[in-house]
Write a protein that binds this ligand. Structure first.
Ligand SMILES: Cc1cc2nc3c(=O)[nH]c(=O)nc-3n(C[C@H](O)[C@H](O)[C@H](O)COP(=O)(O)O)c2cc1C
Length: 222
């Protein structure tokens, strides 16, 4: 049995009284989940909507707690790390990580960055060893599959596109994924939301189709 961890990061809800306000990235991620679950109904599924319920930002006390050895942590420090421990536990269990995210200001939304800051834990997610020379950081986790679903208002953020150099969402998440133990990375994107034209309709339809196909394909692999 595999565990699918599904994180939605848009501050928009999946369904609203006015459907024009519905989150596109959440809709595409849900398409993946629907197909995945119809193929693998017995699998373990963990869901968080961090756009609606954002994780706390880390602070100086959080860093202090992380760097205090477990047997010397105070009860306040344990309490400080409770959310991080919980989010890390969900990540640890996950074989497949599905994150849906809007592009905000050419990068990831603050709640998603807050989630990454909470789960990136020294001696849990990654190890740090200066004997490795100039590359002291190595992931501890391994074998995870990552699907990033994104939606953006403009277009041309992909390889060779006219705004590729402005895309700080996909490349950033991919860089971080390595430190979550990700070994297979897939990205599904929807573009042109701000234009609301035929290109947008096509882009959403294509993303929905690809999400379904990828879910069916990945679910068939054991
Ligand atoms: C605060 C904010 C910032 C945005 N910044 C960008 C941007 O930098 N580039 C872009 O192409 N679209 C940008 N957009 C458009 C969103 O990426 C687009 O509406 C996307 O569909 C949002 O995802 P969602 O539909 O899942 O909520 C921004 C939208 C908002 C609300």
């Amino acid at each position: 049995m595999r565990t699918l961890l599904h994180i939605d990061a848009s501050v928009r809800k999946a369904t609203n009284p006015n459907p024009d306000h519905n989150s596109i990235s959440k809709r595409i991620a849900m398409q993946f989940v629907d197909k995945w679950r119809s193929a693998k109904s017995t699998d373990n599924y963990i869901y968080r909507d961090i756009g609606i319920n954002p994780p706390a930002f880390i602070d100086q006390d959080w860093i202090g707690a992380v760097f205090t050895p477990d047997d010397r942590k105070s009860s306040e420090q344990r309490e400080k790390l409770a959310l991080s421990d919980q989010l890390f536990g969900e990540l640890f269990q996950a074989d497949v990580i599905l994150i849906s995210s809007p592009m905000y200001n050419y990068g990831m939304p603050a709640p998603l960055k807050a989630w990454f800051d909470q789960v990136m834990r020294i001696n849990k997610t990654f190890s740090f060893d200066l004997s490795r020379g100039d590359h002291p950081i190595e992931p501890i986790l391994s074998g995870k599959t990552f699907i990033l679903v994104t939606s953006c208002g403009e277009f041309g953020f992909g390889p060779g596109g006219e705004r590729e150099h402005m895309n700080h969402l996909g490349p950033h998440v991919k860089t971080l994924g390595r430190y979550l133990g990700v070994e297979s990375f897939y990205e599904i994107t929807s573009e042109y939301q701000e234009f609301g034209d035929e290109r947008h309709q096509k882009s959403v339809a294509n993303a929905l189709k690809n999400a379904g196909l990828l879910a069916t394909d990945l679910a068939s692999k054991e």
